[in-house]
Structure formats: C-alpha cells, structure tokens
Design a protein around this ligand. Structure first.
Ligand SMILES: [Zn+2]
Length: 216
C-alpha cells in the first residue's frame, strides 16, 4: 500500500467520511504531540485585550508561518490545559482555531480549522444543552450557557483545502465557542448581565494556572 502523501506537517490531509466530514479521531495522540513538540507555548490573552473583541482577519496564506502558528497554538493549548484555542487567544489576529476535545461519547477529536463558518442547523437538530462553559481567556470562571448539542463548521485546513467538521456534546460546544472567538465574541458575551458579572468576579478572585498576557 502506498504511503500517504506528507508535507512539512508530517501528515497528509485528514481522511474524509462518507458524508464529507473530516475524520479527526484517528492518531490523535501522535498528531497532537507532533504539533505541540514543534511549537512554543505562548501566554494567553484575557478579557479586555482588544485582540479578543474584534473579528480576526481571514487566513489567506497557507504556508510555513501558518504551520508554525498552529504548532504554537497546540503547545499553548496543552500548557493551559484547554480543549480548544483560537489564534487571538495568543494575540494573533487571524481566523484559526485548534482543538483537542472529547465528544458526547468521550471520543477524542484533534484538528485545526481556518476561516471557520458555523452552519445554520435545521430546527430538528437544535436541541439545546445547558452545560457549564469556561474559557482560557476568562481564567478560573465558569457559567452555565445553553448551546445546541450539535454543530457543523465549514472552513479550510492548514493547506487551504476546504473542510467540514462536525461535533456533538462538549465538542459541539467547543466548535461554537472557538468560532465565536474569531468573530470577537467570548462566551460571557452570551450570558445575562448578572451571569457575566458573576463570571468576571470569579476571574478577579481566581489565579490562572498558566501564563497570561497582562492587560494595560
Ligand atoms: Zn475561549
């Protein structure tokens, strides 16, 4: 059997299932480690940093710089013990996120999405799940937030190939949360005034367990 075509990432494009969704559940351990070990962990930006509160720029160059950024994002995600990380969370104004997240069956998903767009769900798929949510950019805070328990994101991989990713449960929440980041929204922006205030109070009272970028 022929070896799969590889590039500087060490991997070819992810395989695709019958419905055209990327298969991001295979070789997770090895793929995540390869990215992370090449990368350098960077401190996380927190609520109030302007880069988190505006729409990021589209990715238009799918070369070495993007590959290095993705490596750093995986390294940073691991340091901060996150399940998803958007580029603006390490201060980079570009529409890219990475993830390493379990779905509703506990199956691990590892991948990268550039220029993500969330697909509108048909009403029958809009079952809301009312789980706790947190964000590396709002350290130590958690709040309950209702979101659909299924999500589909269209975008591009690190080489610019069109991809679509789908998720259930916690992974569906992650796909929505990370896409929100790249359009300038934090999960606390979706909370009631009171819950948002409470989340910010939790953050003020807590100490992050990973390096953060201080706000001016
Ligand atoms: Zn976040």
């Amino acid at each position: 059997m022929a070896q799969q075509e590889t590039d500087q990432q060490g991997y070819g494009p992810l395989p695709v299932d019958d419905e055209g969704f990327v298969v991001d559940t295979e070789d997770c351990e090895e793929r995540e480690r390869t990215y992370r070990e090449r990368g350098t962990s960077r401190p996380i930006t927190v609520v109030g940093n302007p880069v988190l509160h505006k729409e990021c720029k589209d990715v238009t160059e799918f070369g070495e710089d993007l590959a290095r950024l993705v490596d750093d994002m995986f390294a940073s995600q691991r340091t901060a013990e996150g399940v998803g990380l958007a580029a603006n969370q390490i201060g980079v104004d570009l529409k890219v996120f990475v993830y390493d997240c379990p779905d509703d069956e506990g199956v691990r998903h590892v991948g990268v999405v550039c220029n993500p767009v969330l697909e509108e769900l048909p009403p029958e798929r809009r079952a809301l799940d009312d789980s706790n949510e947190g964000c590396l950019s709002v350290p130590t805070a958690y709040a309950s937030l209702a979101r659909p328990d299924y999500a589909v994101v269209r975008g591009q991989d690190v080489r610019g190939n069109a991809i679509k990713v789908r998720g259930t449960g916690y992974f569906a929440r992650c796909l929505q949360h990370e896409t929100d980041h790249l359009y300038g929204y934090l999960y606390i922006d979706r909370l009631s005034k009171r819950d948002r205030k409470d989340a910010l109070r939790q953050m003020a009272e807590g100490t992050p367990r990973y390096p953060v970028v201080p706000n001016d």
